[in-house]
Design a protein around this ligand. Sequence first.
Ligand SMILES: Cc1ncc(COP(=O)(O)O)c(C=O)c1O
Length: 456
Amino acid sequence: MSQKTQLNRRAFLRTAGMTALAGAAMGTGTSMATATTPFVPEPADGMYDFDTPYSRVGTDCIKWDAQITKYGKENIEVGMGIADMDFQAAPCITNALAERCKHQNWGYTSRPASLLEAIAKWNKTRHGVEVDTDSIVLASGVHPGLIAALKTFSPPGSRVLLMTPGYNGFYGDLRGSQTLPADSPMNLVNGRYSINFADLERRIAADTHSLILCNPQNPTGNCWSQEDLLRIGRLCLERRIVVLADEIHCDFVMKGQKYIPFASLPDKDVVNNSMTFKAISKTFSLAAMKSAYFFSTNPEYLERVQVNHRADLNLLGLVATEAAYNEGAPWLDQLLPYIDGNHELVESYMKANMPLVSYTRAQGTYLAWIDVSQVVDRIGAKATAAEETSRQDASMREVTAEMVVERWFVENAKVQLNSGTSYGTGGAGHMRMNLGTSRQLIQLALDNMATALQKL
Ligand SMILES: Cc1ncc(COP(=O)(O)O)c(C=O)c1O
C-alpha cells in the first residue's frame, strides 16, 4: 500500500472515529496500541508474570472445565492434560484484538499480505528458514491442513506412516481422511526415544504415500537431528512417500537443544517432497483462535492439496497471529526459560521423591512424558481395565491400564494427566503431563502425586 493511500485511509477512519483501527486494518500491527491507551498494559518492569496462577475455571476450557465436568470439582486441583497453557496471553495479542473490536463489523475477510509477511519473518528470524509468502496457505488449524494433504496423497483405506508413541490427534486426521495408521514404534533406551528405521521401512506398503512427522515430537519431546530428518526424507523420497511435517511445537525448544525445520534441510529434493504445518496455537497458546498455516517449496503439492482444502479464515485469529508474530517475541523469550525450569523441577522432584515414576527430560515442547509402568503394576491397573472392558458394551472403546492410572491420579492426587495409550503403539506404561502452567501449580501437582504414591 502506498503511503498516499495509507494516509487517505487514515483520514477516512479518523472522520469515522476509528483512527486506532487504522493500524489493524492495514496490518501494521504496532501502530494500534500507540493510538490509544492499551487495553492491557505491558508490565512496568518489562517482566511478564508466569508465576501467579491464572484461573481458567468457568471459561469452558477443556484443560480445567471439561475435567471438572468429568471428575467433579472436588477432584481437580490441577488440570495437566490437553496441550494449551494457563498463562495470561502476551499483552500485544489482547491489545490487538481489543483494537480490532472497536470496529463492529465481522464480515468475511481476505488474507492480509502483512500477515503472510509476519509468518515469513518469524520463520526466518527464529528458525532460519525461508518461506516464500506465495507458498503459505492459511488454515483454521493444523488438522484441517493435514486432512487435506492426506486426502490428496493417500487413498482411502491406505496406510499412513506414524512414529509412535505419537500425537493422538493424528489418528483423528486419519479417520477424517479415511486412511489407516501404520504405527512404527520407536526404540526406547533409558527413557530416550529414537526412530527404528528398519521397522519404519518394513511398514511401507505399495499404497503407502504419506508419513506424518512430528518435530519437536509430541508426546516424547524429541527434537530430531538433521541426520534423522535427512534419513527419513531420503527414505520417503525413494519410496514415493510425501513427508507431512507437523512442526507446531517448534517454538518450544529447551536450552542446549535444536529444532531443525524440515524445510531447511540441505537436500532440495527431500525438501520438495514435503509440506510443513504450523500454527500459533502452541507458541502463544491461542488454540481456540483457530489460526494455522502450511507451506511447501513444491508448487504441485500445494496446488493439489488446495483442491481438498477450504481455507476458512477467522478474523480474530488472523489479528492475533499477526500481533503475536510481530510483537510477541519478548513474551516468548521470557516464557521459554520458565518452561525449561518447569521441566527441570519435574525431573529433579520425581527423581528425589517418586521412586515409582520416572521422567527423562524433554528436548522440546512443554510436555513431559512420564513412565508410570510401576504404578500400573502397584495398583493392579491391567486387571481393573480388563474387568471394566468385559463389563461394558462391546462397541465401546477398550479401557486401558493407563486410563485406570489417569483416574487413580485424579482420585488420589486431584491431578489430571493424559493416558499414554491414546498416543498409539508404545504409549503403554506412560502418562503425558502438560507443564504449560505456573510453577506453583506444578509444585502442587507434584506434592499431591508424591503423597498419593507414598501410600502404595
Ligand atoms: C503435534 C500437534 N499437531 C497439531 C495439534 C493441533 O493443532 P491445531 O489446534 O492447530 O489444529 C496439536 C495440539 O496439541 C499437536 O500437539
